[in-house]
Design a protein around this ligand. Structure first.
Ligand code: AMP
Ligand code: GLY
Length: 433
């Protein structure tokens, strides 16, 4: 069969690479793809982004399955448009994708269905928002309602910072329409984890556990980014916490979406804060795989991804259990000069390590032109390796990452540090997923 993957990041490179390993697959197209997908022998880039053009391409090529990577086309209704044409696609509809595209929708949904999350209020009026902050005090979190590519959340440690964030979003129009409404929520303490499942409208199966590093600098300092590295499994998600998350967050979410008339089909990512007592609360929902979490997770997937997605599209996930490599996987993101505020584009990538069975360089922001690779985005590469322990996976990933050469490259040297503090991850990952 032929498959189309939509998107151009590291997540889509990993998705397309994993799908192409299926014996059922004859060809995987990536629209628009990047320099890395262009170099993969089993993949082919197609320079299309508009929904009508994608539909025409899928019909002309008789593509049997389309998999959507990023949130923007989902929020724009790509799944609605494909389904209206009778085309098979994996991802949530526009209505279901509101779990990510509107923070206010997600918070109301969580409250309605008893899903644990931070207390919140929603505001459009800056004066009302500020007096709420004055009443509650800091630390407090200010979030733009709409999609803001990771730039819509301010964790304010002082009342002044919260006021400034409110001014930027509600009065300054810093985030455009996405910031015309803000959610102000309680500051939660604990350790974050990414909990990602596949859902078929009624059932959900969890993928291997993972954790990413959102801050730019070592020691979790500096500005927030889309993610500077990730690993799987995440020891913070113990089997007990895993059960709680499925029972208290994922199942009510899937059941709630079905009951509300917007059944959820697709990858669903719950960003969790796990407190000292092991109580998980939901920081956010994303309607897609995480990036860079997808890269280590998909390195560990042993089951056929086409079979899993087919089962999800057909509503048969209750009969499916994915198999995982017992080894750990860790991905290090190599970012461009100036990332995250003002990433420089067009730097030639002079050296890139060869892929191996236990190490793959997934591309995020690269282009390939006349055989030359160059940077074209903030996060450029995610070097991902497998190892018998997280420590070994980390050494292997860094050994490869350090070979990469492009002007201004920046990467963290401590990916995995939280997990490596955990004694359980120092030995083989055993049965943990
Ligand atoms: P979000 O996009 O909602 O996940 O927020 C981005 C980041 O902001 C999260 O990964 C957390 O590090 C932080 N954050 C969001 N909400 C809260 C909260 N209620 N309490 C503490 N930190 C938060
Ligand atoms: N790595 C965080 C995200 O994909 O949202």
């Amino acid at each position: 069969m032929k498959i189309l993957v939509i998107g151009s990041g590291g997540r889509e490179h990993a998705l397309a690479w994993r799908l192409a390993k299926s014996e059922r697959v004859q060809k995987v197209f990536v629209a628009p793809g990047n320099g890395g997908t262009a170099r993969e022998p089993a993949l082919e880039n197609v320079p299309l982004v508009g929904i009508p053009e994608l539909i025409a391409f899928v019909k002309a090529e008789t593509i049997q399955l389309t998999v959507v990577g990023p949130e923007a086309p989902l929020a724009a209704g790509i799944v609605n448009a494909f389904e209206a044409e009778g085309l098979r696609i994996f991802g949530p509809t526009r209505e279901a994708a509101q779990l990510e595209s509107s923070k206010d929708f997600a918070k109301q949904f969580m409250v309605r269905h008893g899903i644990p999350t931070a207390a919140y209020e929603t505001f459009e009026d800056p004066a009302a928002a500020k007096s709420h902050v004055d009443r509650v005090g800091a630390p407090i979190v200010v979030k733009a309602d709409g999609l803001a590519a990771g730039k819509g959340v301010v964790v304010a440690m002082t009342v002044g910072e919260a006021h400034a964030a409110i001014d930027d979003m509600l009065s300054g129009g810093k985030l455009g329409a996405a910031g015309a409404r803000v959610v102000i929520e309680e500051f939660l303490e604990g350790e974050e984890a990414s909990f990602i499942v596949m859902a078929d409208g009624r059932n959900a199966i969890s993928l291997a556990t993972s954790q990413d590093h959102k801050r730019l600098l070592d020691g979790d300092g500096g500005p927030n980014t889309g993610g500077m590295g990730a690993y799987s499994p995440a020891p913070v998600v113990t089997p007990e916490i895993h059960k709680r998350v499925m029972r208290e967050i994922i199942s009510p979410a899937i059941e709630g979406m079905a009951r509300d008339g917007t059944p959820y089909r697709g990858f669903l990512y719950a960003g969790l804060m796990i407190d000292r007592d092991g109580r998980p609360r939901t920081l956010e929902f994303n309607c897609r795989l995480g990036d860079p979490e997808a890269e280590p997770i998909l390195m560990r997937l042993k089951s056929d991804l086409v079979d899993l997605i087919d089962a999800a599209v057909d509503g048969k996930l209750d009969r499916t259990e994915p198999q995982w490599d017992r080894r750990a996987a860790l991905g290090v993101v190599l970012a461009a000069a100036g990332y995250p505020d003002n990433p420089r584009k067009g730097d030639a990538i002079a050296v890139i390590p060869a892929n191996a069975a236990d190490c793959h360089v997934f591309h995020a922001g690269t282009t390939l032109s006349d055989g030359r690779l160059a940077t074209s985005g903030g996060r450029v590469l995610c070097v991902t390796a497998l190892g018998d322990s997280l420590r070994i996976a980390r050494s292997r990933a860094y050994e490869a990452a350090e070979q990469v050469r492009f002007e201004g490259v920046q990467f963290r040297k401590d990916i995995g540090h939280r997990a490596l503090r955990d004694p359980a991850s120092r030995s083989s990952p055993g049965k943990k997923v």
